[in-house]
Design a protein around this ligand. Structure first.
Ligand code: ARG
Length: 445
């Protein structure tokens, strides 16, 4: 019962490539420093490489009674090269070993996430490019507010994902510390040289405090924070896809490959993919809360509690990766319906603000302009007609500043064209955003 309760190899086995990579670097340093002979180091490294080959070929499987990935690989080494294999663990503990493995693992995953995120952003830019001139209603309070361009709406997500990329780069810097050399918690009396190991493994810094080195999991928490923010962004986008694909909105058609049917209602096409992306955000948040809670009030230095970081981290990695993958493929395949978007932007007096700005341009204080247009909207609403159907005479009765040219301001297209401010929904600003995001994507991440 205890064996089953304490083992971790059922989930930490995925660390084996990093465990071997770290051990090879450690053995080489031990040999160079004369802590073991060079011949012993060579034998150990050779053995580790063979073990990696065997695992990859499916010839070596982990055994639960050996507890974790570290013990499994060490046992395989001793089995292969004899008692000299036991020298690998000189000046090392599983405490600094697992801290190293986890950093190496996450560093690799972050490269994958960088590529996935860039792919997602690319898909988004593709849609934005296609809909540079497609007006739609922009919302506040989920009420139609003012016309915007669909590209503008999509690019808002583009900037969120770009920030996610930026945050990802910061994470990579934080990961860039070698914990090996801390041993169990206090360091070692043996003449090790962690900087050699750091260099071989591509770390630019070595941990400054051995107790911190073995008990720090800030980088896991930071990753989960990052993952939670990205998952939150994905869930917002997913939610809009769910809404927009309803008959009520009708803004887009889900590609068949990304929609599912109902087992009872033959007419249905359901947005399950977007719904699951939305839902799985909860799992990522759960991992973050789990990690924070596991670490809360944990005394220094290593405690077995820390083993529990892995199921949380791995689940969040897998979950987020899958969501990113499917969203990156679904986005470019979405079929928006420009005619429906335009129609919706024409309804509900969404250019009333343009009318008020028209009066403000002519000197009326905006507060008063707001009031005048409010009356115009009311009048149109009571007559059951759109704003542009009010006659000039009717408008002039509300405010003498109205002239014939006000009608040119009342279409969604005119509304977006009239925007001037930076970051607004004008076609020029949207084009600028597209260029800026494309350029950002070309940077080295
Ligand atoms: N499986 C352990 C973990 O994941 C490795 C470290 C074990 N250390 C120990 N002193 N029992 O944290």
């Amino acid at each position: 019962v205890v064996e089953q309760f304490t083992e971790s190899v059922s989930f930490d086995w995925r660390l084996w490539p990093y465990d071997i990579q770290g051990s090879i670097a450690h053995a080489r340093m031990l040999g160079r420093q004369g802590i073991i002979t060079r011949e012993e180091a060579r034998k150990i490294i050779q053995g580790l490489k063979e073990i990696a080959r065997d695992i990859r070929a499916g010839r070596l499987a982990p055994r639960a009674e050996l507890e974790d990935v570290h013990m499994n690989i060490e046992a395989a080494l001793v089995e292969r090269i004899g008692p000299v294999g036991g020298k690998l663990h000189t000046a090392r503990s599983r405490n600094d070993q697992v801290a190293l493995d986890l950093r190496l693992y996450l560093r690799d995953e972050l490269e994958g996430f960088t590529a996935l995120l860039k792919g997602l952003l690319q898909g988004l830019l593709q849609q934005a490019q296609m809909h540079r001139h497609t007006p739609m209603p922009g919302y506040t309070h989920l009420q139609r507010a003012q016309p915007v361009l669909l590209a503008h709406h999509l690019l808002a997500y583009g900037w969120m994902f770009l920030r996610d990329l930026e945050r990802l780069r910061l994470l990579k810097e934080r990961l860039d510390v070698l914990p090996l050399g801390a041993c169990a918690l206090a360091g070692t009396s043996l003449p090790i040289e962690p900087r050699q190991v750091a260099q071989e493994l591509g770390f630019s810094r070595v941990s400054e405090n051995s107790m911190d080195a073995v008990s720090d999991r800030d980088f896991v928490v930071e990753f989960l924070c990052w993952a939670s923010i990205l998952a939150m962004h994905l869930s917002r986008l997913a939610e809009e896809l769910v809404l927009w694909s309803t008959q009520e909105f009708g803004f887009l058609e889900l590609p068949d490959a990304f929609a599912t049917g109902s087992s009872i209602m033959p007419q249905k096409k359901n947005p399950d993919v977007a719904e699951l992306v939305r839902a799985r955000t909860a799992r990522v948040y759960g991992a973050l809360m789990g990690a924070l809670t596991m670490l809360k009030a944990l005394p220094l230095s290593y405690n077995r509690d820390l083993q529990e970081d892995k199921p949380l981290l791995f689940d969040a990695v897998d979950t987020l990766k899958a969501s990113l993958q499917v969203m990156a493929q679904m986005l470019p395949a979405l079929k928006f319906r420009p005619e429906r978007l335009l129609q919706a932007a024409q309804e509900d007096y969404s250019t009333a603000t343009d009318m008020a700005e028209y009066l403000a341009e002519r000197g009326l204080p905006f507060r008063e302009a707001h009031k005048v247009v409010g009356q115009a909207v009311l009048k149109a609403l009571r007559a059951g007609k759109p704003l542009q159907a009010l006659t000039l005479k009717e408008l002039k009765a509300l405010c003498p500043l109205f002239e014939q040219d006000v009608y040119q301001r009342l279409s969604p297209q005119a509304s977006v064209r009239a925007k001037r401010s930076r970051g607004s929904s004008s076609p020029q600003e949207v084009a600028r955003q597209l260029r800026a995001l494309r350029q950002a994507l070309r940077r080295k991440w």
